[in-house]
Design a protein around this ligand. Structure first.
Ligand code: 3HC
Length: 297
């Protein structure tokens, strides 16, 4: 019932690359764009490796991997998105950058017949606020606020089952149903949530991660022990401090700021030690050191 054949992905980083991979494997024509040519090149090189690995493991046949790769197109201009039925944005977590992009996309789709959906993979920015950027755009076919929705994927996208589907204030029921149907067709489990700070996932996860930093800062236990206690005691694949490194400590601080400001409650303020590590440039896996060290492979 989603009626979607072509998926556009803006942002070819870890999340965008993963989303594109999953869409192509699920049989959708997939177009990937990134403003940085180096990101596109990395993504283009990464997809055959990742799909090749799945073939090696017996999780996929070689013909299926080749067919998925054949459905992936990498482009250097947004104009190529005219044929997309949905665009999933996975760029930097910056309100202004997202506004600018959504306005550009909505203006483009206003001139093209269809009911294109504009989805954002934001982890914490309000869907209503992103959608509002498109409200002045009119045309015979308008991807206006009713067609803007949150599709929050989890890292690593090919592995994680959940897509948190977030309805903004103006998102239509039809857009929500089509998005849920698409996420299911992509092999994911879509679960709806409302547009409140952090939605459900980060509203619950981030305070837990933040508390682990407090436990470390106050000397309750050393980092490796905090993680081991949580892994073995709560049956999670990564302890909260390892997970913070995996997500990025700067992202954790950013989401805590969104929670503290959006919910107007200081109990969501980022732990000073977490903030200090970010200031020191210890961002986690991506910088080679966060709570733990990650020597280059
Ligand atoms: N991309 C694609 N596939 C990946 C991957 C990646 N980046 N990382 C791991 N995998 C897959 C691979 O298929 C791998 O098998 P392979 O090594 O044979 O190729 C398989 O997962 C298992 O990986 P590993 O053996 O390397 O390691 P683990 O068994 O420890 O699993 C993990 C790695 C899947 C990352 C697991 O530790 C895990 O599930 N961790 C928790 C992840 C999590 O909680 N993510 C959510 C973060 S919150 C978020 O994203 C929201 C945001 O808003 C903050």
């Amino acid at each position: 019932m989603h009626g979607i054949k072509t998926v556009g992905v803006v942002g070819a980083g870890q999340m965008g690359g993963g989303i594109a991979q999953v869409a192509a494997v699920a049989g959708f024509q997939t177009i990937v764009y990134d403003a940085y040519p180096a990101s596109i090149e990395r993504c283009k090189a990464d997809h055959p490796k990742r799909l090749g690995r799945l073939v090696e493991k017996g999780a996929m046949k070689k013909e299926e991997a080749d067919a998925a790769l054949g459905r992936l197109k990498y482009v250097s201009a947004l104009d190529a998105f005219g044929s997309c039925d949905i665009v999933i944005e996975a760029i930097v977590e910056d309100v202004k950058a997202k506004h600018d992009l959504f306005v550009k996309l909505a203006e483009m789709f206003a001139k093209i017949p269809g009911e294109q959906i504009l989805a954002t993979n934001t982890s914490s920015i309000s869907i209503t606020e992103i959608a509002a950027a498109t409200r002045h755009i009119k045309g015979p076919s308008v991807a206006a606020p009713e067609q803007v929705i949150g599709m929050h994927f989890f890292n690593p996208v090919p592995v994680m089952k959940l897509v948190e589907v977030i309805k903004g204030l103006a998102t239509s029921q039809r857009t929500t149903e089509r998005t849920i149907s698409l996420a299911t067709a992509m092999g994911k489990t879509p679960i709806p949530a409302n547009d409140r700070p952090g939605f459900v996932s980060n509203r619950v996860l981030m305070p837990m991660i933040n508390e682990a930093f407090y436990a470390w800062m106050e000397g309750v236990a050393e980092p490796a022990h905090i993680d081991e206690i949580m892994k073995l005691g709560c049956n999670v694949p990564m302890g909260p401090l390892r997970l913070a490194d995996f997500i990025g400590l700067d992202t954790c601080v950013h989401i805590m700021d969104v929670l503290a400001d959006g919910l107007n409650n200081d109990r969501y303020r980022a732990c000073p030690l977490l903030r200090q590590l970010v200031i020191a440039g210890r961002l986690g896996d991506k910088s080679g050191r966060g709570v733990f060290e990650y020597p280059k492979k």
